[in-house]
Design a protein around this ligand. Sequence first.
Ligand SMILES: C[S@@+](CC[C@H](N)C(=O)[O-])C[C@H]1O[C@@H](n2cnc3c(N)ncnc32)[C@H](O)[C@@H]1O
Length: 381
Amino acid sequence: MKLQDSSLLRRSSPLTVVLDGPDRVSITSPLGVFEFGREVMPLLAMFAGEMSMGAAMERLQLANSREWEASAEVLRQMLESGVLLPGVGSLTESAGVGFGDPEVHCRMLADRTRTNAYIQALQTLVVPGEVVLDLGTGSGVLAAAAARAGARKVYAVEQGPAAEWAERVMLSNKLDSQVEVIRGWSESLSLPEPVDVVVSETLGNQPFEEGILASLADAGRRLTRPGARFIPSAIELLAFLVQTPDSVQEDYGLDLSCLSEWSEQAGQRRGLAEPQQVRDWTFLAQEVALARVQSPWDGVWEGETSLQIDQEGRVDAVVMAFRAELSPENTISTCPFEASRDCHWSNPVYWLAHPIEVRPGQILRLHWDLRRNAQAVRLEG
Ligand SMILES: C[S@@+](CC[C@H](N)C(=O)[O-])C[C@H]1O[C@@H](n2cnc3c(N)ncnc32)[C@H](O)[C@@H]1O
C-alpha cells in the first residue's frame, strides 16, 4: 500500500508491546516479532482508532520535512510488519485539522445563522438541571449556551488548542462552575456521569468528513443516559446534478481539452464552491437525498441512487450539501437555495471526467463513495 496523506490506518489487534531498552520497543503483531525505536510509541497510541496519515502527522506537530520523512518511514515499517492495518473507511481523519487556527473559529462564529440555530435548539431542548456534553466545543460558544439554557453541568470537550480559550471564555462569563472544559478527543474520554443531551457542531462541508458520525455513535454508546437527545437529531446528505457555466476555454481562445484527460488520469476532481455561487448554475434534476442518519449514527460510506432528469442540458458536476435538524423548529442547510448569506460552509463539487448530455425524463444512476481514499461519484445514463 502506497502511503499518502489520505491513507487510513489503524492499529492491529492483538499486539504485544515490550520495552526492550531505553530506545528499543519489540512488538509482536499477527505477522511476527518486530523491533522499533521509541518513536513508535506515540504512533501506536494515535492509531488506536482509525486515522489518516495526514491527520496523524499534523498531530505530531513535526518541525520540518526531515522529521516528517522519518515518521512516514516508521509508519511504512509498522504497516509492513502488520502492526498497523489499512483502515476500512472511517471519516474521522479530517476531524481537528485546521481547528488550531483562531481565524477558523471566528469564521464559524460570524456564521450567525448557524450559531443562533444551535443556541435556539439548546434553549428548546435542554431541561434545566440536565447534563450536557458539547462534543468539539471550539470557542465554547455552544457549551456557554447550554449552561445559560439551565444545564446543571456541561462537559465541553475539545481536542485542540481552542480548549484553553474556551476555558477563558467560561471564566470571563462566570460560567466556569457549570462548564468543565476537557482537552482531548471525545473517543478517549470517560465522564463522571452520563449526559442527557449531546450537542455537536462537527459538521464538515461534506457533513461526515469531520468524523461526526463516529464521535456521536461513540458518545451514544458510552457517555449518555438511555433516551438521551442529540443536537443535531438527524443529518441528511443531498446531491444535485448541475451544468456549470461554459468552460473557460472559449474565454481564452485556447484548446484546453487535453486538460480533462490529465484530470481523468489524476482521479476525480473534487472542489468546493460557495452555495451563493452554485445557486447560479443550472440544476438539471430535483435534489436527491443520498442518506439520512440519526442515532445510533451508523457510518454511511457509499450507495447508489436513481435520479430523474427534468431539464435538458449537460451534467458536468455533482454538488453535495447537507441539512442538519437541530430541533423541531431549527434546521441548518447548505443547499444552494437554502443556505444563508453568512453560511461559512461550502458545497463539495465532484466534476465528471465525461459530462453527460441529458433530456427530461431520463433516469441516471448515481454511485457515491465517501471514503477518503475514494471520495468519488460515478454517474451512469
Ligand atoms: C466545527 S468546530 C465547532 C466549534 C464550536 N462548537 C462552534 O460551534 O463554534 C468543531 C470543533 O470540534 C473539535 N473536535 C472535532 N471532533 C472532536 C472530537 N471527537 N473530540 C474532541 N474535539 C473534537 C475540533 O477540534 C473543532 O475545534
